[in-house]
Write a protein that binds this ligand. Structure first.
Ligand SMILES: *Cc1c(COP(=O)(O)O)cnc(C)c1O
Length: 370
């Protein structure tokens, strides 16, 4: 019998080796006097002052463990959205929830589906759990229900749908989401990632709470990182069936959400006026930016989020890489999205009025329209 050759150092599982690490939006522009970061869909209005105060108040208790059941936060979320707190699970960002879902439901040989320009954290979570990522093509930069359903096999365990999607900003109507759910066998979990739900102003959109409420195989995830402006604290949650909560509770860290995040989250939820202000700012600038950038001869994918996907011409000098370099030289950082299969585009987060005007002016010069 040949001797087994053992590795001379610990090796991660194959799925871990297959992961291309997530590259976050950049936050530095070497040489620029001031940085205008429009690369991570952070809110230009910041968090509610009440959330900041709650965060500061927590500083006196750093030696005590937080409430591992997040009970007051879950009650506050339940009261705000009319949900049963028992069916809410909180996490260190919704990214943690997405990983927990993958770890709980996917093993080696299992498949999980996401869409061609879908959020890249799904692929990482699937691979890290030992599963096989399956990519469904999109139509007009939008998730395609039939394409997703066509990729279901006996090995499919999860379907991840960002609605609206990042980085495209497009969304599926609730009718389409329900059609997707109806087409999935009940053994497959549908994960509706509604990170940008608060920004959407469309009558035919729903984050999916109703569907999660009545189904045994739907999880809706939400975050405090975007409209609530608490990305730095890492806070997210999901609403799902009781049996799914039980699975997630088994594998999550017993104190996965820190106390400062719990308190800031509760305070942020209570400040509806701040959220309204953020939505109003976004409404104004989403429309204005889309129009003004299109006037320059660039193509903007219609977005319902707090960001726009800008498509650049292919010719040298006017391509996305040149635009990115020009903007960076002026301290403006957009998001490169080549890793999302969009090498000719850049994603711009809607910023302050000043930053938005700055980008339009710079792009106008770049496109020879100034
Ligand atoms: C930003 C974002 C999230 C939020 O992630 P957190 O871990 O909660 O900060 C989730 N899904 C999508 C599609 C996002 O763009």
């Amino acid at each position: 019998m040949p001797a087994t050759v053992l590795p001379d150092r610990p090796l991660p599982r194959q799925g871990v080796i297959a992961i291309e690490a997530y590259v976050p939006g950049k936050s530095t522009a070497p040489g620029a006097a001031k940085v205008h970061k429009l690369s991570s869909n952070e809110t230009p209005l910041g968090p509610s002052p009440k959330a900041i105060a709650a965060y500061r108040d927590n500083a006196g208790q750093l030696e005590t463990y937080p409430d591992g059941s997040a009970s007051r936060l879950r009650e506050a979320i339940g009261a705000r959205y009319g949900l049963d707190p028992e069916r809410i699970v909180c996490g260190a960002g919704s990214d943690e929830i997405l990983s927990l879902l993958a770890n709980a439901y996917i093993g080696p040989g299992d498949e999980a589906i996401f869409t061609a320009h879908g959020f890249l954290v799904y692929k990482i979570a699937i691979l890290a759990a030992g599963g096989t990522p399956v990519v469904a093509p999109e139509t007009a930069f939008t998730a395609d229900v039939d394409a997703i359903l066509a990729r279901v096999t006996p090995r499919t365990k999860l379907v991840f749908l960002a609605n609206p999607n990042n980085p495209t900003g497009t969304y599926l109507t609730f009718e389409e989401v329900k059609r997707l759910h109806a087409g999935l066998p009940p053994r497959i979990m549908l994960v509706l990632d509604a990170a940008y739900a608060e920004y959407v102003r469309r009558n035919d959109y729903s984050p999916g709470l109703e569907l999660a409420a009545i189904s045994q195989n739907v999880v809706m995830t939400r975050t405090f990182s975007k409209i609530y402006g608490l990305a730095n604290l890492r806070l997210g949650w999901c609403y799902t069936a009781g049996h799914v909560c039980e699975a997630l509770h088994r594998i999550r860290g017993p104190f996965n959400v820190n106390g400062a995040a719990l308190e800031a989250g509760i305070a942020a939820l209570a400040d509806a006026a701040h959220v309204e202000k953020s939505v109003a700012h976004n409404d104004t600038w989403l429309l204005r930016l889309t129009k003004e950038i299109e006037k320059l001869g660039l193509v903007v994918t219609p977005s319902v989020g707090n960001f726009v996907l800008i498509h650049f011409p292919v010719q040298a000098g006017q391509d996305a890489a040149s635009a990115d370099a020009m903007l960076k030289a002026h301290g403006v950082i957009l998001r490169q999205v080549a890793a999302y299969g969009l090498p000719a585009a850049l994603r711009m987060t809607i910023g302050t009025a000043d930053d938005n005007r700055r980008v339009v002016a710079l792009l106008a010069t770049f496109m020879g329209r100034a």
